[in-house]
Design a protein around this ligand. Structure first.
Ligand code: ADP
Ligand code: MG
Length: 244
């Protein structure tokens, strides 16, 4: 049997009477980059948040790295350590330096001692092109720099999977490229990634698979060429006409 990194079957999620995810089947292979697209309100963020149980699914099964995250015997903290998440609004701790932001989780969770964490933070800052910002405060950085720090912070836990929820949507246009560049490098290095984005150029270049969600379902999925150049469903066509 193929071992998927992420294997979601029959996922449902309701908020009161609002059924947001109706029956989601969603798989991500090892080292695969999946770009998730769909209209606003179609449940993309909800799906990502279910993957690390920031949201409790109403029904269905979510297996990450072979572990059922709904199983009460699963160590949820351990499972979450393997899933890095990057949000639209960075969520950096503004009272700490950049370096402390990156060191925080591995040190607090006893994954690394301070010396090791410092070494990891310095090398990650180099990776995201911000080697000189270790002692800077987040407030002194641009949005694009903050987002690259947020990516470095997520990577400090050495996750197997990275989830990105519209990482460039809050950025000034001239900042977007640097953040996408870091994400491209990650993809090239074989990181398994799920990326919610409206950056169709990034999707075409980097995605192994594009998944289009609407109305609580995965409507269509395929290679970027299949979905963008030969969409099969009217719903996909009308969405793409609006965004491309
Ligand atoms: P997307 O990311 O595709 O724009 P979301 O997953 O954010 O969509 O939201 C899908 C739907 O779920 C929306 O109708 C939204 O109002 C609703 N929703 C999301 N989070 C909550 C919440 N915490 N409580 C109630 N409703 C929510
Ligand atoms: Mg969203």
């Amino acid at each position: 049997m193929t071992q998927y990194k992420v294997n979601v079957t029959g996922l449902k999620k309701s908020y009161g009477s609002n059924v947001v995810l109706k029956d989601i089947n969603f798989k991500v292979g090892n080292n695969e980059v999946v770009v998730l697209i769909g209209p606003s309100g179609s449940g993309k963020s909800t799906l990502l948040r279910c993957l690390n149980k920031l949201e409790e699914p109403t029904a269905g099964s979510i297996i990450i790295d072979g572990q059922d995250i709904s199983d009460p015997h699963t160590n949820l903290d351990k499972a979450r350590e393997n899933i890095g998440m990057v949000f639209q609004h960075f969520n950096l701790f503004n009272n700490m330096s950049v370096g402390e932001n990156i060191m925080l989780a591995p040190v607090e969770l006893n994954k690394l001692n301070r010396e090791e964490a410092r070494f990891v933070a310095e090398s990650l800052l180099e990776t995201v092109g911000l080697a000189d910002k270790f002692d800077a405060k987040p407030a002194s950085l641009s949005g694009g720099q903050k987002q690259r720090i947020a990516i470095a912070r997520a990577l400090a836990m050495k996750p197997d999977i990275m989830l990105f929820d519209e990482p460039t949507s809050a950025l000034d246009p001239e900042m977007v490229g640097d953040v996408l560049e870091v994400m491209k490098e990650l993809a090239k290095d074989g990181m398994t990634m799920v990326v919610v984005t409206h950056e169709m150029g990034f999707a075409k270049e980097v995605a192994d698979r594009v998944v289009f969600m609407a109305d609580g379902y995965v409507v269509e999925e395929g290679t970027p060429e299949e979905v963008f150049d030969h969409p099969q469903h009217e719903r996909t066509k009308s969405f793409l006409e609006k965004v491309i």
